[in-house]
Design a protein around this ligand. Sequence first.
Ligand SMILES: [Zn+2]
Length: 374
Amino acid sequence: MRAKTVVLLLTLTLGGALLVAQARKTLDIYIVDVEGGNATLFVTPAGQSVLIDTGNGGANAARDAGRILEATRDAGLTQIDHLITTHWHGDHFGAMADVAKQIPVRAYYDHGPTVQPQPASEEFLKNVYAGLIAQAKHTVVKPGDRITVAGLDWRIVSSGGQVLQTNLPGAGRPNPYCASFKPQDVDKTENAQSVGSYITFGKFRVVHMGDLTWNKEAELMCPNNRLGTTDLLVVGHHGQPVSNSDVIVHALRPRVSIINNGTRKGGQPDAMKVILNSPGLEDVYQIHFSLLGGQEYTVPGMFIANTFDDQPEAMPIGAWTPPPQGTQAPPAPVHNGKAYWFKVSAQQDGTFTVTNTRNNFSKTYRAGQITSSN
Ligand SMILES: [Zn+2]
């Protein structure tokens, strides 16, 4: 009796975090809505956490940090153990200072200095990031590196313009999609530097490639598929067609893809055709309806997490055509109000559930029901 009372008091004293950590048996992944940026939070059953990217900066930093913090609270976190910044674009590092002010970050990972110096990223790296990493662990990662997270096998597969040169366990078969691959123009931006990760929890697999672009996808996946397949693909580059070639999307054979697009960023027809045509695919989820795709290239509303502040009565059927170059486009629909995340809860056996927190639509993908690969 007495020991029980002590344990109970201790638990109450330490607050909800411990209760959550003790109760959790799943790997939980929060795909946070940062309006066409990226912020993806992983929380292990033991309460270890990895955040990939911190959303937008400037006038949107407080909003996006707030949304990320809400996810950390939902998960019962008191710190972020690992923060990976995929690359030095403002929709990926923007709210970092605001996040770090509100929750301690223990270790930082990135691909190294920027290859595309811009006033905002240079200022950030010099005056903000340098200070943050001075007080924590900091690692520049390269392909083949692992991030030590108990319960997960976290492999870096791209970073700093380099890609993995060896096969992940069980992978390495010839990739049939390479034969018809057509390169795009060389991408000299930060996107091609993105830190990409292949994460395994028991039999459950997730791929997150940041904004890695088209030609780098082929460097990684051709002629042999060095990654193998995945259960969940966090779609690259917000679902834009300068990424998402079939050499990666189709070869990975995701059961489920989740797109972190914005109201008018990503989710374009050419990328949606590849994503929705992926072999073995069961469902696609979008963090937003994208005007660039219209109803023609989107998923049913049940699979969309967020609306606009000023929601129109009906959504356009066709894809929105941007005005000709040099003309001012009308402002994109705003969404600063209540935001909803997708929560993925994965079990060791490979079963996972995706929940749309806007409408509580939830679907479970059972292990062992994977379409056989050929
Ligand atoms: Zn981006």
